[in-house]
Write a protein that binds this ligand. Structure first.
Ligand code: TYM
Length: 344
């Protein structure tokens, strides 16, 4: 049977990139999975501490992420929703995998370099790098592999920026299985149609929680006024009319991409949608994008505000307690096989 697993870092309320690239797909899979499928979604707080976090802020962000996941439509009766740090087996399997993971492979991966703003060809042992680069950030992909493999996930829905990490997870599973017994499952990547949503202010970069300018991203909890302010100030160009041309018109094309993927029934493709909007002024076009975003996020925002009321604290902690109980049981079953295979 299918096991669906994915994770998101609690580093702020999710943005439209997280929503279109991942969360909406998570909900779809939840709603369409066969009854015997196991579905797990984790708030990966141990990944979040690979960069420095303030404890008060982190506690708040964990709660906000749980409320966000419920607001977009995840149902704790169907999906196991849990905090990564509540399930110790993730860290235990990480240790085991790290005994077989090669430093060479991890050195070539791009995330630690981009997090530290280092050039592509940096080595972890470069004199200027080795004190700045913490072991946890370097081995981030090993923990991510453990998240997936400890649940023997068959399918992992993510945005395009996670492809490299999933390739590494498959490599970890295959090499373990090759050297010991076949107990781990190499997972398949499921990319959503909106693989990569770009920043509103710098449309050649992906929309990200960590960019300093809050106008670069729309949060799933933004009010209509905030959505409108951000889209109206989105960087476009001075070419007349609307066309879909990501290379030459990245800003306008990103808005089309967002609008199309919010509701794929409005046109057959981004090109077709651009054709429908061809004669609109950019101003009028942006108004349509604002309406489309607001329309989709309205119910998410209302549900989120409700869940974040103090009287719902118990509800949230009951959901995460139940999630960690079920996820622990699932992970511990894998760990007995892994320990057995290793002679532990
Ligand atoms: P994170 O928290 O950065 O992002 C969560 C999900 O959102 C997707 N995403 C995007 N998709 C399209 N366009 C964008 N601009 C955009 N920005 C983010 C990401 O691809 C991701 O699917 N390392 C992971 C978390 C993780 C994980 C895992 C994922 C930890 N363990 C195991 C899957 C399986 C991360 O940092 O995601």
């Amino acid at each position: 049977p299918q096991v669906i697993f994915s994770g998101i870092q609690p580093t702020g309320v999710p943005h439209l990139g997280n929503y279109l690239g991942a969360l909406r797909q998570w909900v779809k899979l939840q709603n369409e999975a066969p009854p015997n499928a196991t579905i797990l979604y984790s708030i990966v707080d141990l990944h979040a501490i690979t960069i420095r976090q303030d404890p008060v802020q982190l506690r708040q962000w964990r709660r906000e992420m749980l409320a966000s996941l419920l607001s977009v439509g995840l149902d704790p009766k169907r999906s196991i929703i849990f905090y990564q740090s509540d399930v110790a087996a993730h860290s235990e399997l990480m240790w085991i995998l790290s005994c077989y993971a090669s430093v060479g492979y991890l050195s070539r991966m791009t995330q630690w370099k981009s997090k530290l703003a280092l050039p592509e060809n940096t080595s972890p042992l470069d004199p200027s790098t080795k004190t700045k680069l913490k072991l946890g950030l370097f081995s981030y992909p090993v923990l991510q592999a453990a998240d997936i493999l400890v649940h023997r996930a068959t399918h992992v829905p993510v945005g395009a920026d996670q492809s490299q990490h999933l390739e590494f997870a498959r490599e970890c599973a295959n090499s373990f299985n090759h050297n010991f017994q076949h107990v781990l499952v190499p997972p398949e990547t499921i990319l959503s149609p909106a693989k990569r949503v770009m920043s509103l202010t710098r449309p050649h970069l992906k929309m990200s929680k960590s960019h300093e300018d809050p106008k670069s991203r729309i949060l799933i909890t933004d009010s209509r006024e905030e959505i409108s302010r951000k889209i109206n100030s989105a960087l476009t160009d001075s070419v007349a009319g609307v066309t879909y041309d990501p290379l030459n018109r990245p800003g306008v094309s990103n808005l089309i991409h967002i609008m199309y993927h919010l509701d794929e029934t409005i046109a057959d493709s981004c090109e077709a949608l651009a054709g429908d909007c061809r004669d609109l002024s950019l101003r009028a076009f942006k108004e349509r994008v604002i309406d489309a975003v607001d329309e989709q996020l309205k119910s998410v925002r209302i549900k989120y505000e409700e869940l974040m009321q103090p009287n719902n604290d118990h509800l949230l902690s009951d959901i995460s307690d139940e999630g960690s109980r079920k996820a622990s049981a699932n992970a511990n079953a894998t760990m007995s096989l892994v320990r057995g295979a290793l002679g532990l």
